[in-house]
Write a protein that binds this ligand. Structure first.
Ligand code: CS2
Length: 505
């Protein structure tokens, strides 16, 4: 008999018979939004009221809508502490629109005067910008499409400008555009790409947006791995219902928001612990460099060493020391301490968050889209180290790990599934040469990622090249062990096999 791996329990349904009135349109209803922004909003409404229901928009895929629609858009937020699990049903989403099915429905929803905020978690690549300069890529296929099809956009940026144009024509107030992605000065970047698009449509429109719309900067933080079937089945065992839209996340959360909204309107997120501040930059730098920077470093090097998750990676003594060293000697000295934070405690807490064995955050998942992530996570820190004449061997090793990863072959000679908008360019840059030093130069010449000043800095080139050569010769585990000195002590037995093949280098 075939048994359903997800179980046969009845489907979760909305408890209240009415969905909340919509005040927010949200682009990108993926796991992070459902584990973070949506939870804060549901809690804020429970405490302080307000019409802040969310109409979510999927730009392309119908998958999440299809999972949530039969549940009236209710889903479970599952908090996974090391020794405790808790679940809360969240009912803040009123509907999910799939943009490709009906672009007009999305634009109509965005033009509703009750909509005060358009928020987004569309990942770094969703901003269609050049990661090294922050400029909108007018040659991006979605952007050039949207500029000539304003009523049928494909990109979130196209939707925002098109909807703002409608609101302006109708004599309405604009909405606040709230980026919740891991980008430096995410609000400023969003303003920049929106204005650049709007300018190409009409300078008057751009002027109105610049004067009237708001783009607060935010720092968002909650580790939220992708949900897998096993998570759905175990939630079902615990609760007796089947929820295909559930999200798994750690207990920790932090949301720092610039207090700058159109007409001051937003849910009372402050009542649920969000911090409203005038300057988000120091918090953002702390988070992007200390958390996301080491996340990416551990993801590339951990993956190459044969580790599946971040918690498995930091359970290794070599990697555990490596992450401590990278914080203490290379990252923290470049980060100004934000008010109310203590960077030493912040990193110690981060280590505990990484160690949480209930969170199965795949190294492969974090390794995705590296071309869009490493500039703000790692390269800025390296530039600061160079300016301060501070050595940065661990950060260079992280870049070398990324280079090895995007080369597409792991240390056992198996193919790596590289998911990145620049995957083909990265692979050809790496394949174009056989000598490690030439591969490094070839990858460093990709100006969308590396600005010319950094790519031509001889210390940077030499440090990354040396790290890359060591990685190719010895593999990630041995390189890490040698770097932190754990090669001198007996380390615990590993599951991965020794390097079988370095000829692919
Ligand atoms: C991770 C982030 O996938 C990734 O690249 O580094 O999603 C990380 O888990 C979050 O930023 C934590 O807030």
């Amino acid at each position: 008999m075939i048994t359903d791996p997800l179980g046969t329990a009845p489907r979760l349904h909305r408890g209240s018979n009415q969905s909340p009135k919509v005040g927010i349109i949200h682009f990108g209803p993926g796991a992070f939004f459902r584990a973070f922004t949506a939870v804060y909003t549901a809690e804020a409404m429970a405490i302080a009221g307000g019409n802040w229901g969310v109409c979510a928009v999927s730009l392309r895929s119908a998958t999440i809508r299809n999972k949530l629609e039969p549940q009236d858009y209710a889903y479970t937020s599952v908090t996974l502490a090391p020794d405790e699990t808790r679940q809360d049903v969240i009912e803040v989403i009123s509907s999910i629109l799939v943009a490709t099915e009906d672009p007009e429905a999305v634009l109509t929803a965005m033009a509703e005067p009750d909509v005060k905020i358009v928020s987004m978690t569309i990942t770094e690549k969703g901003y269609c910008h050049n990661p090294s300069t922050g400029d909108l890529r007018l040659d991006h296929p979605d952007i050039s499409h949207d500029l000539s099809n304003l009523n049928m956009p494909r990109s979130a940026i196209g939707y925002v400008v098109s909807a703002l144009a409608r609101r302006r024509l109708a004599g309405q107030r604009p909405f606040t555009i709230l980026s919740c992605d891991n980008l430096p000065d995410n609000g400023t970047l969003t303003r920049r790409v929106v204005l650049s698009f709007a300018h190409a449509v009409s300078p008057d429109l751009a002027e109105w947006i610049e004067a009237e719309a708001k783009f607060p900067i935010t720092m968002v933080d909650r580790i939220t791995p992708a949900t897998v079937d096993k998570d759905i089945a175990s939630l079902s065992d615990r609760t007796g219902y089947l929820d295909l839209g559930c999200v798994m996340h750690e207990p920790f959360r932090q949301w720092v928001i610039q207090d700058d909204f159109v007409d001051g309107l937003h849910p009372d997120w402050g009542a649920t612990g969000a911090q409203f501040v005038t300057d988000v930059a120091p918090f953002e730098k702390m988070k992007l460099r200390c958390l996301n920077g080491t996340h990416s470093a551990l993801a590339y090097l951990g993956y190459l060493a044969g580790y599946e998750t971040i918690s498995d990676t930091v359970a290794d003594p070599g990697f555990s020391s490596f992450v401590e060293i990278i914080w203490g000697s290379e990252i923290v000295p470049t980060v100004p301490q934000p008010e109310g934070e203590n960077l030493t405690n912040y990193c110690a807490d981060l280590k505990k968050r990484y160690q949480n064995p209930s969170i199965r955050h795949l190294t492969w998942q974090i390794a995705m889209d590296g071309s869009q992530k490493i500039p703000q996570r790692i390269l800025g820190t390296i530039a600061d180290c160079l300016n301060a004449d501070r050595p940065f061997p661990s950060l260079a090793l992280a870049i070398a790990g990324w280079m090895r990863f995007v080369g597409g072959t792991d240390e056992k000679g198996n193919p790596i599934k590289v998911s990145d908008p620049l995957a083909d360019r990265l692979k050809s840059a790496s394949d174009a040469h056989s000598a490690p030093a030439d591969k490094v130069l070839s990858l460093l010449s990709i100006s969308d990622i590396f600005d010319a000043k950094l790519a031509q800095n001889p210390i940077f080139v030499a440090t990354v090249t040396s790290a890359y050569e060591r990685l190719c010769q010895n593999g990630a585990q041995a390189t890490i062990n040698a770097m932190v000195g754990t090669d001198k002590v007996t380390s615990k037995p590993k599951t991965n096999t020794p390097l079988s093949n370095t000829s692919s280098i």
